[in-house]
Ligand binder design. Structure first.
Ligand code: ZN
Length: 318
């Protein structure tokens, strides 16, 4: 996503998962569709799908690989309780949907059968039977907490379990929610948002993106790829012989410095791109800062290429 520093091009693998998870969503919620009934009846009679070995058609087995991903982003409001694992699924009890094995970590190791469904546990009624006795002191304390939790819980046999989206308000699963959720931990460079908000043409926006991400094919980059550079890795716009990298070419080179002075843009001497940019914009104190800078970058790059490939001497006027 653009807001996460990308170019807004869909990651097709991820998008594919997000769309296939819609099948999972229909399946777990027992949607009234023939294939859902068929799969439940033929493969999972009185069994919990994610606690059953892969079965069913080739197509279904392929989709089953996404079960864990689906369970990781959803929670369950228990109805019958026959599709939910008691210990490890995110089902809602006492206004929390943290799995019970995480809520009762001392008690869980004493549990005899770790893959019981919610229905099986609650119908059995006798919680004590579930554990190998005697319990440790800490486990016993958790046992009491669990018993009182379960005391107030009952099943609704007329109603299927409802699997819903866990992160955010609207509980319906959607492919977009999943796609955005996966990208949530990505922390983007805030300057990238200037690129898409600017009024430049797409070519220049793309080039600005490359500069900010340090993906322009400057000589240091080519050097790192072990390609041969005929005239050496130093900057072609100034005689100092400094290696041409992004920071030199677009900010510190004598040639660029002349341009920045002319445009009244001043760059801090720092390694933090965000800090440099924010400081420069504040100092510039006129509208269209990003447009001015992006156009200047683009033109520096053109002059540099003219010099490197066509041996045109760089002139400030250009
Ligand atoms: Zn230079």
């Amino acid at each position: 996503p653009k807001m996460k520093g990308g170019l807004g091009i869909l990651n097709l693998g991820l998008q594919n998962d997000a769309l296939l998870l819609k099948y999972m969503n229909k399946f777990y919620n027992k949607a009234d569709v023939p294939w859902v009934h068929l799969v439940w009846d033929s493969c999972y009679f009185q069994r919990i799908p994610h606690d059953t070995i892969l079965c069913g058609s080739f197509w279904w087995r392929d989709i089953c690989k996404l079960m864990d991903k689906y369970r990781a982003v959803t929670f369950v409001t228990v109805g019958k309780g026959d599709s939910v694992l008691f210990w490890s699924d995110h089902w809602e009890i006492d206004q929390s949907c943290i799995p019970l094995q995480e809520r009762f970590p001392r008690l869980f190791p004493f549990c005899l059968q770790k893959n019981l469904s919610v229905m099986e546990v609650i119908q059995a009624g006798n919680v004590q039977q579930m554990f190998s006795l005697p319990l440790s002191e800490l486990a016993f304390r958790e046992f009491n907490q669990l018993s009182s939790l379960l005391f107030g819980t009952s099943l609704d046999n007329g109603c299927n379990d409802i699997w819903a989206w866990r992160h955010g308000k609207k509980a319906e699963y959607s492919a977009k929610k999943y796609y955005d959720f996966v990208h949530q931990p990505v922390i983007a460079n805030p300057i990238l948002s200037w690129v898409w908000k600017s009024f430049c043409t797409m070519t220049i926006k793309m080039f600005a993106w490359l500069v900010i991400m340090d993906r322009v094919n400057t000589k240091d980059m080519i050097h790192r790829c072990h390609w041969r550079i005929n005239d050496g890795p130093s900057c072609v716009l100034c005689p100092t012989g400094v290696i041409e990298d992004r920071n030199h070419l677009f900010f510190q080179c004598n040639f660029s410095m002349r341009i920045w002075n002319y445009l009244q843009v001043s760059w801090l001497d720092s390694n933090d791109m965000v800090q440099i940019a924010l400081h420069a914009r504040k100092k510039f104190n006129k509208p269209f800062f990003s447009e001015v800078v992006f156009l200047a970058w683009w033109n520096i790059w053109k002059v540099r290429n003219d010099r490197a490939f066509r041996h045109v001497n760089p002139t400030f006027r250009q």
